[in-house]
Design a protein. Structure first.
Length: 366
């Protein structure tokens, strides 16, 4: 490996499908976990340039950095409704050995050129790291606002033992008090009633189209991603860590009244985290939120989750419905950033966070 002291010449080029093995290696190094070829292909949308763009930095023949965009259509449904082509910025990574060599801004500048060449009108991203948010703003991004996270402990004693690194003994003592907590939570369970059912469905199910329609209806009057069934299926085909996305629908006969998407993830100190990526309910059937959440919580508990996270970036009352289930405000917030600044000037409708809709379904920002 060339030494940083030798002042190597960094080159950057756009990635193609043939570079998926290189992308897999970079993401594995970034995450400290080996990523499988199939998971990387699914999560990076097979490097299809109609859906995903990436740039790789090289020091000679060695790949040392990465940045990427997921292509989106955003609906700006305000006084003058319009749709804009956008890129969601993700997977920024520079090898530790090269972080003093200005690789980061070179990747960003290459991405900016690629954005223009691809005809994208704006870039946006969300991060829970304040220093990263500050760095983005220095590069010309506008901070639209911060989005709170809600959490529900499912195994609170094991959660604390893992978060605080209390050791094997503390974890061994956690099951009994956690079981008592779970028993107490059973009094908060809700059923749908009225001939309605909650059902887990595969990604290929035709009724996914009705869920997508509800997601787009929810975005009416807001700045939100414009979903299609094809994009929905591509988005939730596979996670980078190999964990499956789980989809539930609430139905009355053949009519879909709502749905939810969740998955598991391992966060710091081995905490098994259930992530509620989205909760979508027909406005005329808001009473279904509680039984749907109850179903998801039981499923995630059964799958071994210590806690559930929900990004409260959907201004339709979902946050209130989640909070009524006992979810608390987490220490984390997500910073929503947009470039160019001119599109989201402060004190304008497009620059007001309350007019945006951003959930974990938009990207696995967690």
């Amino acid at each position: 490996m060339p030494s940083p002291d030798s002042k190597p010449k960094i080159t950057i080029r756009a990635a193609t499908r043939e570079d998926l093995p290189i992308l897999r290696e970079l993401l594995s190094r970034r995450d400290g976990e080996p990523r499988t070829t199939s998971a990387v292909e699914d999560h990076l949308l097979d490097c299809d340039p109609e859906q995903f763009l990436a740039w790789i930095a090289f020091d000679g023949e060695e790949a040392v950095g990465l940045t990427a965009l997921y292509l989106r259509t955003l609906s700006f449904d305000g006084e003058q409704p319009t749709r804009r082509t956008a890129g969601y910025w993700a997977h920024l990574y520079v090898a530790e050995s090269h972080r003093a060599l200005m690789v980061y801004p070179q990747l960003v500048f290459a991405m900016a050129r690629g954005m223009r060449e691809a005809g994208l009108e704006l870039l946006f991203t969300a991060t829970r790291q304040p220093d990263v948010a500050d760095g983005h703003q220095k590069l010309g991004y506008q901070l639209v606002g911060t989005i709170p996270v809600r959490l529900l402990p499912l195994r609170p004693f094991r959660l604390v033992a893992r978060q605080k690194k209390l050791g094997a003994l503390a974890e061994a003592l956690a099951p009994l008090p956690d079981a008592l907590w779970s028993l107490w939570r059973t009094f908060h369970r809700r059923s749908v009633g009225g001939g309605r059912t909650i059902e887990e469905v595969p990604l290929e199910d035709d009724r996914i189209e009705a869920l997508v329609e509800l997601m787009n209806t929810r975005g009416t009057g807001r700045i939100a991603q414009a979903w299609t069934p094809d994009h929905f299926r591509a988005r939730f085909k596979g996670a980078l860590d190999g964990e499956p996305y789980v989809i539930h629908l609430v139905r009355s006969g053949d009519r879909v009244l709502g749905g939810a998407i969740h998955r598991l993830a391992i966060r710091g100190n081995g905490v098994r985290t259930g992530v509620l990526l989205d909760l979508v309910i027909d406005q005329a059937h808001e009473d279904l939120a509680a039984p749907l959440l109850s179903t998801l919580e039981r499923r995630m508990h059964r799958d071994g989750a210590d806690v559930v996270l929900y990004l409260d970036g959907v201004p339709d009352g979902s946050g209130d419905r989640v909070s009524s289930r006992g979810y608390r405000t987490a220490p984390d917030v997500y910073h929503l950033l947009v470039n160019p600044k001119a599109m989201v000037k402060p004190d304008t409708p497009d620059g007001t966070l309350a007019n945006w809709l951003f959930a974990f379904s938009d990207h696995d920002a967690f």
